[in-house]
Design a protein around this ligand. Structure first.
Ligand code: SF4
Length: 458
């Protein structure tokens, strides 16, 4: 008899991706087959996103497609906990034929629904499951989710109402997962959460055990432990709380990548107050300057929202001035888009859509000069890059340096590698030394120097 087969559609942010990986891992552990097409699957799981209205529509469309193509659909993810009109279940209101609906971070509930509608095979093929689980990222990098939920209540965000307050994973469990990833060949770990700086606050930084040693569940301790694994470690979703200062010397010593992804969202104190942002009162510009003194190679990535309700031209100018002063390396900017259920909707003074879009474009144009200027500092230096791809048209390799997170930042085009004998031994996911020869607004160009075994940064 053939194995019961589950089709899987994964939408949303890296946090949702990790939820998908957990479900897929559990499915394989229990002997289910995974299918990438609808027709070979006995049922389909759709992991949804409910963050902004476009994502809601994309998720509802994906459920509709799975129902049309397969007919037996279980829905999980953020959209599952989103109420519809009159407090009804939004998904069931649109797609009444779905078999089951759960919220995010609900592996056990999803598995229970799958067991109910597609009984598990008699003999689980546990030996087929790799120790690090099933992942959706390329073999050389992996996201490591350290906590779920958030204790803040930013006025534009509904994540706390969907995912609840912060729940941290004990450090022993996180490190066991990280070690298994490294053992499986992962060269870069990307730490994710809703608020990485708050890691362990809910557990009162309780001591747990890592390889039999007592270690506190705290961001600084986590950085030290991850830094011992000998791979690239990149921190995402960090807020500039004072204790973040402690990790800068560790970055300067090469323990983890000199990279911080900090979602500042705005640069004007009044807008930040209306956004109810954490750490909005911290002296951010002074802190950035101090960090750069400790770790001159530091790359800071951030995201911003332009056109928040009530944002005056002066406040918007404050955002541009902040960018001028902060000289961030990587910046993404969204035009404000109201999210159903967010308290910002009650603020009044919404800006017309054209102004929100126009301000977003002004931010990106302003930042592209800063980003271009920041990238020039690499020209003439030799940096280490991880190889991501081969661009046959341009005759070069595509890589990422310590300053580039996958998918969201720039790349380095590595020339003079494809026509040399040496390239034959260069594999996707390996480290190479590259002499940087040129830069533009977002990317670098350079010449291949040699392969390196080391996960060093430069
Ligand atoms: S910090 Fe703010 S934006 Fe981020 S998840 Fe928490 S409430 Fe949402």
């Amino acid at each position: 008899m053939s194995e019961p087969t589950v089709g899987f559609v994964s939408l949303g942010c890296p946090k949702a991706l990790v939820d998908s990986e957990r479900i897929l891992t559990q499915l394989r552990a229990e002997g289910y087959s995974i299918s990438t097409g609808y027709d070979q699957a006995d049922l389909v799981v759709v992991n949804t996103c409910g963050f902004i209205d476009e994502a809601v529509q994309e998720s509802l469309d994906a459920i509709g497609e799975a129902l049309a193509e397969n007919g037996r659909v279980i829905v999980t993810g953020c959209l599952g906990s989103k109420p519809g009109p009159g407090g009804s279940d939004l998904i069931r209101a649109v797609h009444p034929k779905v078999l089951a609906v759960t919220g995010p971070h609900a592996t056990a509930e999803v598995m229970a629904a799958i067991h109910h509608h597609l009984p598990r095979p008699h003999d689980p093929f546990t030996d087929l499951v790799p120790e690090q689980g099933v992942r959706l990222t390329p073999p050389h990098y992996a996201y490591l989710k350290i906590s779920e939920g958030c204790n803040h209540r930013c006025s534009f965000c509904i994540i706390p109402s969907m995912r609840g307050d912060l729940v941290s994973r004990p450090i022993g469990e996180v490190m066991r997962e990280a070690e298994a990833l490294v053992k499986s060949g992962v060269k870069e770990i990307l730490v994710i959460s809703q608020d990485t700086s708050a890691y362990g606050v809910d557990l009162r930084h309780r001591t747990d055990f890592v390889d039999g040693r007592p270690v506190r569940t705290h961001m600084t301790e986590l950085v030290k432990e991850l830094g011992r694994l000998g791979v690239w470690v990149r921190l995402h979703y960090v807020y500039p709380y004072p204790h973040v200062d402690e990790v800068l010397p560790l970055m300067a010593d090469g323990l983890i990548l000199p990279y911080l992804d900090i979602p500042f969202q705005h640069g004007h104190p009044e807008t930040l107050k209306r956004m109810k942002r954490p750490a909005s009162a911290e002296k951010v510009l002074e802190r950035i300057a101090a960090w750069r003194r400790i770790c001159p190679d530091l790359t800071i990535r951030s995201t911003f929202i332009a056109g928040f309700p009530g944002e005056t031209e002066a406040e918007f100018q404050g955002l541009l001035d902040f960018l001028t002063e902060a000289r961030l390396d990587r910046v993404g900017c969204f035009a404000y888009s109201p999210v159903e259920g967010a308290s910002a909707n009650a603020l009044g003074n919404p800006l017309p859509d054209e102004i929100r879009q126009e301000r977003r474009e002004r931010v990106m144009a302003h930042q592209s000069d800063i980003s271009a200027e920041r990238l020039q500092r690499w020209v003439g230096k030799t940096v280490v890059a991880i190889v991501e791809d081969v661009d046959e048209e341009q005759g070069c390799l595509i890589g990422r340096t310590a300053a580039d997170a996958p998918e969201i930042d720039g790349v380095i085009r590595i020339h003079r590698a494809l026509d040399s004998q040496q390239l034959v031994s260069v594999e996707i996911g390996s480290f190479v030394a590259v002499e940087v020869t040129d830069s533009d607004d977002h990317d670098l160009d350079g010449f291949f120097r040699h392969s390196t075994q080391e996960a060093e940064h430069a």
